[in-house]
Write a protein that binds this ligand. Sequence first.
Ligand code: ADP
Ligand code: MG
Length: 379
Amino acid sequence: ALGYYQVVKENRNLYNMVQDLKGNIRVYCRIRPIFNDGSVVDFIGQDGSLVISDPSKPQREGRKTFKFNKVFGPTSTQGEVFADIQPLIRSVMDGYNVCIFAYGQTGSGKTHTMSGPLNGSTKDLGINYLALSDLFQLSSMRKDITDYDIRVQMVEIYNEQVRDLLHNDSSTTKLEIRSCTADGGLSLPDATMHSVKSTADVVKLMKLGDENRVVSSTALNNRSSRSHSVLTVHVSGKDISGSTLRSCLHLVDLAGSERVDKSEVTGERLKEAQYINKSLSCLGDVITTLAQKNSHIPYRNSKLTLLLQDSLGGHAKTLMFAHVNPEVDSFGETVSTLKFAQRVSTVELGAARMNKESSEVLQLKEQVENLKKALANKE
Ligand code: ADP
Ligand code: MG
């Protein structure tokens, strides 16, 4: 059994090395189907190129070309999208931190990609569900080798305040973020943590989280498009050689990226817009600063980046989905979404790193602790 275990382990390490060489920030684009008028999309290439054209200009003058790691067209299914990111998701079970974002204007398909429709069959459910059900499968496949524990938290960031979406009375709890993640501590120690064992557990929690988001949106008029929601999956594991791993997967449905005309909104709506602007531009700044190998990364400038700190560093794997509503009247927002995404995609980060400690290291740590205790007793 141990021989088989070694082969599996080495294959997995090799696989992860290949994954790392691809660079650990990837940008995918997903185009929503059209519901009303014509599309601005001219061409989607197998190589990740995307050509759109400005509807107000003659064909040749209005063309713009972008290049991403991959572009999913309007007919792509949830299953196709998931199949592509499955290896990334699975690397969480080998000790990598992974972060997946959905970026784009309101109505471009962010929630469709991340959650999918929650009231119906499970057929069209999105990444949140498919990722967890895949992690369960993997955990059961590896159960002779590694003992895994999977837990989830779900919060919302609205106007720079963090709210627990899995708490029954979430309206009253404002959570503090701790940036002590280097020592393995939780960044949201007070957010409800649920252990999940089956896909049924996951659906139940996703619905609860969604309801808690909706409750407040009736009061504040579709608030969900103006807050970021973050589902965090915490994985810990111990394998038969005694090695342990601890990692997390952040699945983020960002607030709508649309620019708000400041001359048209006031009061609460203006405040919301300013908070969203600030946190989305902070996210861009953090990614750019990471690429410059700058030692000071401005995580603290927004709640979003502070919360995702452990999964945005050079040692994590990051994937951004830039969502596009291809309809003609969204052209302006589409261009700004694609420009933001293009800026992120040119970023090169260092290789990702596993949060895994071998049994040797664990033994040495234990010895150090024992020696410290012996020393303390002497004194
Ligand atoms: P966002 O979260 O970005 O505001 P939604 O995910 O709510 O946008 O999508 C807006 C509408 O478009 C929803 O009714 C959603 O079901 C639909 N939609 C989005 N993307 C797709 C897709 N790929 N296939 C089918 N319907 C989609
Ligand atoms: Mg949404």
